[in-house]
Design a protein around this ligand. Structure first.
Ligand SMILES: Nc1ncnc2c1ncn2[C@@H]1O[C@H](COP(=O)(O)OP(=O)(O)OP(=O)(O)O)[C@@H](O)[C@H]1O
Ligand SMILES: [Mg+2]
Length: 303
């Protein structure tokens, strides 16, 4: 059974007195159970809208959504029992950590306190169990918000930018915590992120969304094929250069050039020799692998 099936979903926001905004334009997606699926895209691409539709928070203008085989908008109550979402960190400001989790657990009819204790331990919140939400650090607020999203042991969990605005150490820790929990419970995860490394680390498949449309979908490795090379060589010149007598694809930008090649180690000596034969003095050479970030930039600009 598929965790999520979404067919030709459109979302048009019609605001009173304002121009309507088309946030999703015919999005179709299939996500397998147990999969960690990433939704990537620039600001305003429609990520939060998509995740809100898939988690039944927003009713789309058009299109079908099935969650765990059920029509999300005909069986909303049943679907909501089996899913959860973390989007933005907004929890009652005056509630203490334990109180807050107990409150949301009771909303799900969960009276077993050991579930709360387990999540407090999983997200390392023990020290803060009596701290009010408002007094928590950004990282701990996010941990509490994520713990809340796992209270009902969801089969499918939607995480909207789970590590946004956190410093790298905390973000890494939170990624590890998420991985540990979903591994144990075999949860399907659909997450949005701006962080390419996060997507590469966590996600088995990734969809790029732009202007409300999915423009590419696949594993990180498949997506990297959009850039027709594996590696790049960045060469800085001593003087600005107007053109280059080199046969491999490159981008020239005054004092530097980027060459796209399959094997940077092999290609570098040849390129440097050709440059020196043409009388171009090289200041420095750097080799880099193509990353998901390159794909993101390429897709955002050219598709
Ligand atoms: N409630 C709303 N009313 C009107 N327009 C909206 C509403 N929510 C979102 N939009 C618009 O829909 C489009 C998609 O927004 P959305 O928040 O889904 O994008 P996003 O990819 O999550 O962006 P970000 O990376 O900034 O979080 C944007 O143009 C946004 O301005
Ligand atoms: Mg968003």
């Amino acid at each position: 059974m598929k965790a999520v099936e979404c067919k030709n979903v459109w979302m048009i926001y019609r605001n009173f007195m304002e121009k309507s905004v088309t946030a999703l334009r015919g999005v179709s997606l299939d996500i397998e159970t147990g999969e960690i699926f990433g939704i990537l895209g620039p600001n305003g691409a429609g990520k939060t809208t998509l995740i809100s539709v898939l988690s039944t928070i927003l009713i789309p203008t058009k299109g079908d959504v099935r969650i765990l085989g059920m029509d999300a908008f005909k069986n909303t109550k049943k679907v909501r029992e089996l899913i959860n979402i973390s989007s933005g960190v907004r929890l009652p400001w005056g509630m203490k950590v334990y109180e807050c989790l107990r409150f949301y657990a009771l909303c799900y009819g969960i009276t077993d306190r050991s579930i709360i204790e387990k999540l407090i331990a999983d997200f390392e919140l023990e020290e803060y169990r009596n701290t009010r939400f408002d007094d928590l650090s950004a990282g701990n607020k996010q941990k509490l918000n994520l713990a809340r999203a796992f209270l009902n042991s969801p089969e499918v969990v939607f995480l909207d930018e789970p590590t946004a605005n956190l410093d790298p150490d905390i973000a890494r820790k939170i990624r590890e915590m998420i991985l540990q929990i979903i591994d144990r419970n075999d949860t399907t995860v659909i997450l949005t992120t701006h962080n390419m490394r996060e997507a590469e680390m966590l996600c088995e498949r990734i969809a790029f969304i732009r202007d409300g449309k999915i423009i590419a979908e696949g594993t990180a490795e498949e997506l990297k094929k959009f850039i027709k090379a594996n590696e790049r060589i960045i060469v800085r010149f001593k003087e600005p250069v107007k053109s280059l007598p080199i046969s491999v694809p490159y981008e020239l930008n005054g004092n530097s050039a980027i060459f796209y090649v399959d094997n940077a180690e092999k290609a570098t000596p040849k390129i440097v020799l050709e440059l020196s034969n043409a009388g171009i003095e090289v200041e420095s050479v750097k080799m880099e692998e193509i990353t998901l970030e390159d794909v993101f930039i390429e897709l955002s600009e050219n598709y």
